[in-house]
Design a protein. Structure first.
Length: 228
């Protein structure tokens, strides 16, 4: 991947963030080990394009005020609940010689025969994997080939993920990651059949007297005849 460079400017933390957003800029904060947090802003579209490529697991070269450059990772992006536009961003200032713990998203490739042949539904237990490594060893995504999932009993576990020995996965090796579930229509058909069976059991057969009528019949027979 080409180097991702993001231009940013120092900002007064007391400045109203709304005024920045009206100028199509995003307020943000940078923090990290060994340094106090500081506030910045960046051009909206520039960050949006870079974030699309980098996500939260690729290093970004941040150029601050045009004269200082350092490595950062996107830690959190806050979106406006109404417009869905980006409201605020948190960056982690990383040191290239210090291990860090972060998450790498999964990228599924291939076609699972259990889906193609039997109409199964792909199920991801984890959409991202927590890892610990040096910043320079980070991956944008962990590519997982699902073409080995031939039946609904096949499972891709953490131990099946292909990563460099420089990346330590922070999950148990036996943890399931991807499976294929049976098609939902079969589950729905089974539920419908069970409901039909239950309804049939609760409904008296044709010609059979209702429970209330059966209970009243003996009483009617025991009623004495009217005197003449």
């Amino acid at each position: 991947m080409d180097t991702l460079v993001l231009e940013a400017q120092t900002r007064d933390k007391d400045l109203n963030p709304s005024s920045l957003r009206r100028e199509k800029r995003i307020p943000a904060v940078v923090y990290g080990p060994g340094s106090a947090p500081f506030s910045i802003s960046m051009e909206y579209q520039s960050f949006r394009r870079i974030f699309k490529d980098a996500g939260e697991s690729s290093l970004i070269d941040m150029s601050l005020d045009g004269n200082k450059s350092f490595k950062v990772l996107v830690q959190d992006v806050q979106f406006n609940p109404i417009s869905d536009s980006i409201d605020h961003v948190d960056f982690l200032n990383v040191r290239m010689d210090h291990l860090l713990t972060t998450s790498i998203p999964l990228e599924v490739t291939g076609i699972a025969p259990a889906i193609k042949d039997f109409g199964g539904v792909l199920s991801l237990t984890h959409h991202e994997i927590q890892v610990r490594c040096l910043p320079g060893d980070l991956l944008k995504s962990l590519v997982v080939d699902v073409s080995g999932l031939k039946t609904f009993q096949d499972v891709i576990h953490v131990r099946d993920l292909k990563v460099s020995d420089k990346i330590h996965i922070m999950l148990d090796a036996d943890e399931p990651v991807i499976t294929v579930l049976p098609p939902r229509k079969e589950d729905e058909a089974a539920t419908a059949a069970a409901a039909t069976t239950a309804a049939a059991a609760a409904t008296p057969a044709a010609g059979a007297p209702a429970a209330g009528a059966a209970a009243k019949a003996p009483a009617a027979a025991a009623k004495p005849a009217a005197k003449k």
